[in-house]
Design a binder for this molecule. Sequence first.
Ligand SMILES: Cc1cc2nc3c(=O)[nH]c(=O)nc-3n(C[C@H](O)[C@H](O)[C@H](O)COP(=O)(O)OP(=O)(O)OC[C@H]3O[C@@H](n4cnc5c(N)ncnc54)[C@H](O)[C@@H]3O)c2cc1C
Length: 443
Amino acid sequence: MNNRSFNEVETIILGAGISGLTLGHYLNKRDKDFLIFESSKYIGGNISTKNKKGFICENGPNTVLINNKSVQDLISDLKIKNDIIYPNDNNKKRFLIRKGKLIEIPQSLAQFIMSNILSLTAKIRIFFEIFIKKSDSNLSVYDFFSRRFGKEFHDILIEPFLTGVYAGNTRKMSIKYVLKKIWEAEQNYGSVILGFMKRESRNISPKSFNFKNGLSDLTNALQHKIKDKIRFTSKITSISKIGNLYEITVNNDIKYRCSKLISTIPAYALSEIIFDKKLSQNLKKIYYCPIYVLHLGIEKQKIKDDISGFGVLTKPSDNKSFLGIIFNSRIFPHVAPSEKDLMTVMVGGTRQEELLKTDKDLLFNKIISDIRKLISYDGQIIMKHDFLWEKGIPQYGLEHDYITNEIKNFEDKNKDLHILGNYVNGISVSDCIEKASKLSKIL
Ligand SMILES: Cc1cc2nc3c(=O)[nH]c(=O)nc-3n(C[C@H](O)[C@H](O)[C@H](O)COP(=O)(O)OP(=O)(O)OC[C@H]3O[C@@H](n4cnc5c(N)ncnc54)[C@H](O)[C@@H]3O)c2cc1C
């Protein structure tokens, strides 16, 4: 500390999740003067792996998609390519529930036509999509699919799929942000089917991956490179603008000034401390739904059904006490000891917010009872680990256009103040890496 009442640093990054760490890594490579402030004792944010009794449990993301070059570049840069584990072929197999039983989602058009996943009327209805005029304006996911493909298609296939990603309500989600490629296909070609037929020739099917010790291998590798630059248990309690500089207060006490400030903290956290009232009000509108994650270690030989697939997703009419289950060790065998299986049960989202208020033991018993009805298992639960994200996944609602415009206006007015994070430009880890990598180039 000098004799002024504040410290100076060129760039300050708020938050040490994957966005903040990626940004820090690239600034470090260019010898930039920067610091990262993280409110908790740990790096990683949503990426959080816990090893319990030899089971590798992911509290947050379970896989990362290689769907952009930034992800590949980061992995090569960190020299952790050899630690990557790709899922086995079971990854392609996914289940839904029909009449209380697991049913495999067809993987080809021929299988789909032959399957009884949708009624005959609903299957025929799909082909009328090419005759339906494109939408004039952005719609909710529910309205978009009901209009183009029919309600049954939405209820049986789209709703469970999006539950697996956003855990939100499809009647409130914006098609333009949540399923951007589908929206663009409709807007550009007048039909999703026609759009995808054209795109098919450029077929890019992104691969997903994890690491030997879980996704924390990625954030740990980043931390290793920039550990001197991270300030832990340093919660930012206010941000103000002083001339051309930004001043942040850490833990209501120490002040820092910088000419470049990048926020990667969640919208609700930024809304509490940002100096612009309008932006603060808009950030507050972004709803984060809660997610309870329950990991179960079980005995492989005592499972009587075939669960060799990625997992199962539920729809509201299934009346289950969970949104979905990932059969982790069936796609990544290394995450469980031999002869054991690891499952990750996801509960909550907008659909089951009330359920999360249930007493924890009662909820656990209900979940186990529902799983046993669905999957025949006569063994014990040999490992249990859980984690609650009270504010888990940000929702991209119909007002998202307006909110992102307001964020952009704010950034334009405030030079070198940037807002990153999973509520702005995409929710996935790979989106966060891409946006942080790109931003680092102009700082
Ligand atoms: C249960 C769950 C499952 C998911 N599954 C997947 C998946 O399978 N694949 C996928 O690609 N994505 C998945 N995601 C999404 C993905 O994990 C996140 O979008 C991504 O990790 C967010 O990274 P981030 O760095 O932008 O933000 P965060 O990870 O939220 O990091 C922000 C950091 O800021 C810190 N912070 C907050 N307030 C302050 C403050 N005032 N001062 C200082 N620091 C502060 C926090 O402690 C945190 O460390 C999942 C998310 C959840 C919750």
